[in-house]
Design a protein around this ligand. Structure first.
Ligand SMILES: Cc1ncc(C[n+]2csc(CCOP(=O)(O)OP(=O)(O)O)c2C)c(N)n1
Ligand SMILES: [Mg+2]
Length: 1082
């Protein structure tokens, strides 16, 4: 009932204009289809106080317009023309009938297709006859307006009654029932008293149509339709038939909500122009050939591996020709590279028949073969690929990448966008003419997953747009076992796309030519307007969710219908045979040929002994690894001149300072920066800026993205200076360091973590020579992007042999701000680190870089600007790429002691994994009683408290700056140095949080005197580990004398807690004091 009401309300403006003549007569002319009849209704919704029926200019057909004007006037009287303002003022003030109206100024010259109606007088037949004297009568105008309204209503609502479901059992818009009040025959038209304006209009239109011969009357076409082609006027019969063809057959298009007349007209033209859907026999044969391959591929897999999950495409095989049509057209229009993201459904088919990945490689995925290279791999329907090949239709080279993805539906969307954006950026493709993204979706996931919305909202942002994405929904009208009516509240599964004004083409999958038509339009739309567009292929799923599932348990009726539904390939073959486009033999021949190709590849695949994960890489970095020593790190220290130059630029107002008015507060900040530069010191922001600037100097692209990153959440960064008097006039000092520097992008993002972090990860995948950073507003918020962290960042390389040097900046630290804004959940990142707590790698010169090479990501918590500077630079200096998870400070941004000297950043300096104590304790280590280890900001609290208690000689404090991979070698050294000291780990986070659970076993390994020397599982392979192979049976070796009693490390800090921090400032201080007391007790 609810849905009926929704439709009813939606249809009111249309319904009010539809004639209410005698039902039988109406039915005879309006349409042959009863769909339309079902959609016609009338409900009166608005009332004007004036008896408008008597107003000379008002007639039945203008009601929608009048209502629109009235609403606009109610909201803001100035928003309508003065004549309307005056009319509504007069009528609401109770002007007598006929007195409210005042003539508007004369109309402008008629435009395209806008002949004066009088010029059509000879064509208008009987109804126009009275007008021949020179004046067209009111009825003729009324009738024309009514026809205009009908045309418009087809354009707006035609999709509701288009025949979109190939099964014919439900409607794509969920409106599968047409309640009686929507049936025209339910009403006795024209007989009600004219109590309201809408009813009055209906009666007027109905009476117009009561005249004999209405269907053959010729009506002038308005400028908002293209159904006439070159003709300016058509008979009503022809108008309706052409509208039916355009909007109510197998294509249903939603576009009239787009707020651009140009774009609406563009779409109307693509759908309404007579003969627009006609295609050549050649094109039909191409569709058939592609459909044959798509169908043949699934059938082949089903035959060879009948009990394997593959999430086949059966029921929507048309997806393959559809994607190819999009690619053909886009290539023709200049696109050279397409980045694709897609879920499980039909993925293997896409790889085989869209990307043309060698079938052997696909088939070997079905065999249980061992991997020939590193990594733990992934299931076959998640793997990515990258192919460069000739498009045979356009004869142009094209690069196709399908981005690897986890099971998490839609999570890959922002990654595809980031990767696309980056590719556009590096190619200098500022308008997206050469690189585009193509995203595939399932119907349930598209409307259910919030990341879809987040991704759409990136689509038009200056630093995130990919200049239009083509979305294709494989709408099989089911999600696993759930029916659409239980999986969404919106009419269509595609409604989310309306937020960005994307046109949406719903199309029946069983009409291949209609599908190809919308694909071509979508590609042209993207090339013309560079905006998103959606193709919703309404189809079905011939099998269960996967090939092993029984769908009859839950969708018995649907599946009974599916069983009797012929395959689209059979239907289309039959149709083309009937049309004489192909012969039966040709159809068979194409099928047999493809079958033969599959068989041959199958035999070749059986000869393979290993699978290679590298065959499935989606982002090859050609040239990056070649000729590089995999264990050599370039220096991260820089010349002092460089620091001075960047520092000065960052401390100076814009070069045109006289005209560019900056804020007084910024002037102060710049002055204090300059003072720091002059005294050869940096604070956090300056250290960061110097890291960025020095990389830019080397030609590295640096990109910093996240919420409010331009200024910095804590108002410390100020990478964009704003003219105080001129809107949008800005200056970015880091963009003006050197004439030949790398490009610097700093961009405030939308308020999204999942979407934006995913985007930046995708961005980082394109080019290893870029420092891509994402900053959380506060570290807490990274958990809304948890899927990106878990499924991509921590595990991406292991699953998909793909590297990323993405940097995550997570403000972290307990500063009395309450449970939120305190913790970036350091413990979770550490828990996902893949280094073995029981394995102390062999000590060597290359200890640190080997560890970095072997780990999945780096987790660090720097306490000095210099170390922050180095670790950022190290991301690029490494000969490989690893994600860097940084806990970043808040209060340290302004802490007078959290400063570094240039001496810590110049040549021959480097990132310090551990910063040892450098005070009195370090001078006389044997007399030190306690060695405290800590990480991050708490160091400054501990140091101050130690100083206050005059314990500098008794207690040494050592900072662990890189927590993971764990600096076993340096920890061992530190502990050995203070051989008589007790050991403690001090942290401000609760005991079950922060670093403790990660560091404790690793301290044990570093201190225990013996170690497990077996290499980590991931490097040896699980089977080797289990069954022997390369692993070393001598599992332990001695680090120290076995007789030495191992030292242990104790914990100092808050007890375990559920919440990251207390909400009470007082309690916070109490806890901090307790922590300091414990830590400094001897
Ligand atoms: C985020 C997420 N939640 C749940 C699942 C489990 N799941 C896998 S497929 C599927 C149904 C998807 O339906 P739809 O998007 O319509 O795609 P279809 O399988 O019908 O092609 C579900 C719920 C998942 N993969 N990802
Ligand atoms: Mg589905």
């Amino acid at each position: 009932m609810y849905r009926a009401r929704t439709v009813l309300t939606n249809l009111v403006p249309l319904a009010s204009l539809i004639p209410r003549a005698a039902p039988d007569r109406f039915a005879s002319w309006i349409l042959k289809s009863d769909h339309i009849l079902c959609s016609i209704t009338g409900t009166d919704i608005r009332h004007y106080s004036s008896s408008v029926a008597t107003e000379p200019f008002l007639n039945g057909s203008s009601s929608a317009y009048v209502e629109e004007m009235y609403n606009a006037w109610l909201a803001d009287p100035k928003s309508v023309h003065v004549s309307w303002d005056s009319f509504f003022r007069n009528s609401t003030a109770g002007a007598a009938p006929g007195q409210a109206y005042q003539a508007p100024p004369s109309l402008a010259e008629p435009g395209r297709n806008q002949l004066p109606i009088t010029s059509l007088a000879p064509l208008l037949g009987a109804a126009g006859a009275p007008a021949l004297g020179g004046q067209v009568n009111e009825k003729v105008i009324d009738d024309h307006l009514a026809v205009q309204a009908i045309i418009r209503s087809y354009q707006i609502r035609g999709h509701h009654i288009a025949k979109l479901d190939p099964l014919g059992i439900s409607s794509a818009d969920l409106d599968d029932k047409h309640p009686p009040e929507l049936l025209y025959s339910h009403y006795s038209f024209g007989k009600r008293p004219s109590t309201t304006y809408s009813q009055h209009l209906q009666q007027k239109v109905a009476s117009m149509m009561e005249q004999e011969g209405d269907m053959d009357r010729v009506f002038k076409l308005p400028s908002t339709t293209f159904i006439g082609g070159k003709e300016k006027a058509l008979s009503l019969r022809e108008i309706l038939s052409r509208l039916e063809n355009a909007y109510c057959r197998h294509i249903g298009v939603e576009f009239m909500f787009i707020n651009s007349l140009e774009q609406c007209n563009w779409i109307r033209q693509k759908l309404e122009t007579p003969g627009v859907m006609e295609i050549s026999s050649e094109e039909k044969r191409l569709i058939l050939a592609r459909l044959t391959r798509a169908t043949g591929f699934e059938a082949f897999l089903a035959r060879k591996w009948s009990s394997e999950k593959r999430f086949g495409l059966e029921g929507c095989e048309i997806l393959i020709p559809a994607m190819k049509a999009v690619i053909d057209k886009s290539t023709e229009l200049g696109v050279e590279s397409i980045v694709m993201g897609m879920p499980h459904r039909g993925r293997l088919n896409v790889l085989a028949n869209v990307c043309r990945k060698p079938l052997e490689q696909i088939f070997t995925q079905f065999a249980a073969l061992e991997a020939a290279d590193d990594g733990s791999g992934d299931v076959k329907y998640h793997l990515g690929t990258y192919i460069e090949r000739l498009n045979r239709v356009t004869n142009k080279n094209i690069r196709l990448a399908v981005v690897a993805n986890p099971s998490h539906l839609e999570a890959v969307d922002p990654i595809v966008q980031g990767k696309t954006r980056a590719e556009q950026f590096y190619r200098g493709d500022g308008e997206g003419k050469k690189v585009m993204s193509l995203l595939l979706h399932g119907d349930a996931a598209f409307c259910g997953q919030g990341i879809v919305y987040e991704t759409f909202h990136l689509s038009d942002l200056p630093d995130y747009t990919t200049h239009g994405t083509i979305h294709i929904v494989v709408n099989n009208q089911i999600g696993f076992t759930t029916d659409p009516r239980h999986s969404r509240s919106s009419p269509y599964c595609t409604d989310v796309a309306r937020v960005v004004n994307a046109p949406i083409f719903h199309v029946n999958s069983d009409d291949p030519e209609a599908v190809m038509h919308v694909c071509k339009i979508a590609a042209e739309w993207r090339a013309t307007f560079h905006k998103d567009v959606v193709i919703d292929i309404v189809s079905y799923r011939r099998n269960g969710h996967n090939e092993i599932d029984e769908p009859m348990f839950t969708q018995p009726l649907m599946y009974r219908k599916i069983k009797t539904t012929p395959h689209v390939l059979d239907k289309y073959s039959k149709r083309l045979i009937e049309e004489g486009v192909v012969t039966t033999e040709e159809v068979k021949d194409v099928r047999d040929k493809y079958e033969k190709i599959c068989e041959e590849s199958y035999l070749n695949a059986r000869k393979e002994t290993h699978i290679k994960y590298k065959d499935w890489l989606d982002s090859p970095w050609s040239g990056f690894f070649e000729g590089k020593d995999p264990l050599k790190v370039s220096p991260t220290g820089v010349k002092e001149d460089t620091l001075v130059h960047i520092g000065k630029r960052m401390s100076s107002p814009p070069p045109n300072a006289a005209e560019f008015v900056i804020h007084k507060g910024i002037e102060r900040i710049l002055r204090s920066r300059m003072e720091m530069v002059e005294s050869r010191t940096v604070d956090w922001a300056l250290g960061e800026g110097m890291a960025f600037g020095s990389l830019l100097k080397e030609g590295i692209h640096v990109r910093l993205s996240g919420q409010d990153v331009e200024r910095g959440t804590f108002s410390h960064r100020h990478h964009v200076l704003h003219h105080q008097l001129v809107d949008k006039a800005t200056y970015r000092p880091l963009c003006h360091l050197y004439p030949d520097q790398g490009p610097y992008t700093v961009c405030n993002s939308s308020l999204s973590e999942f979407g934006v972090l995913g985007f930046e990860l995708g961005y980082s995948m394109t080019n290893p020579n870029a420092l891509v950073c994402w900053e959380a507003q506060f570290g807490d918020f990274n958990n809304t992007a948890q899927c990106i962290i878990d499924q991509f960042i921590s595990s991406g390389q292991a699953k998909w042999v793909r590297q990323s040097g993405l940097v995550m900046l997570n403000p972290h630290g307990l500063e009395g701000m309450g449970p939120e804004h305190s913790s970036a959940r350091l413990e979770r990142f550490l828990q996902m680190s893949s280094d073995d707590p029981d394995y102390f790698p062999p000590e060597s010169e290359e200890f640190a870089v080997r560890q970095l090479h072997d780990i999945n990501w780096i987790v660090a918590n720097c306490s000095t600007p210099a170390n922050y500077f180095h670790i950022l630079r190290r991301q690029i200096a490494l000969p490989f790429r690893k994600p860097l998870i940084l806990m970043t400070p808040k209060s340290l941004l302004r802490h007078p002691e959290a400063k570094s000297s240039f001496d810590e950043m110049t040549e021959n300096t480097q990132f310090l994994r551990v910063i040892p104590d450098q005070g009195p304790a370090s001078q006389n280590p044997s007399s030190v009683k306690k060695l405290l280890f800590c990480t991050g900001k708490v160091y400054y609290d501990l140091r101050k408290a130690r100083e206050e208690r005059k314990l500098e000689g008794d207690i040494a404090i050592s900072r662990v700056e890189q927590i993971s991979p764990f600096p076993y070698d340096l920890i061992k050294k530190e502990c050995a140095k203070y051989s008589n000291a007790s050991l403690a780990w001090a942290q401000e986070e609760a005991k079950n949080q922060g670093s403790w659970t990660y560091v404790q076993p690793r301290f044990h390994t570093a201190l225990s005197g013996s170690r497990d020397v077996r290499p980590p599982i991931q490097r040896e392979g699980f089977f080797n580990k289990l069954f022997g192979g390369k692993s070393d049976d001598n599992a332990t070796s001695q680090l120290d004398s076995p007789n030495t009693k191992p030292r242990i490390i104790s914990y100092v800090g808050r007890p375990t807690a559920a919440s990251p921090a207390t909400g009470s400032k007082m309690q916070h201080l109490k806890e901090l004091n307790a922590l300091l007391d414990d830590a400094l007790s001897l």
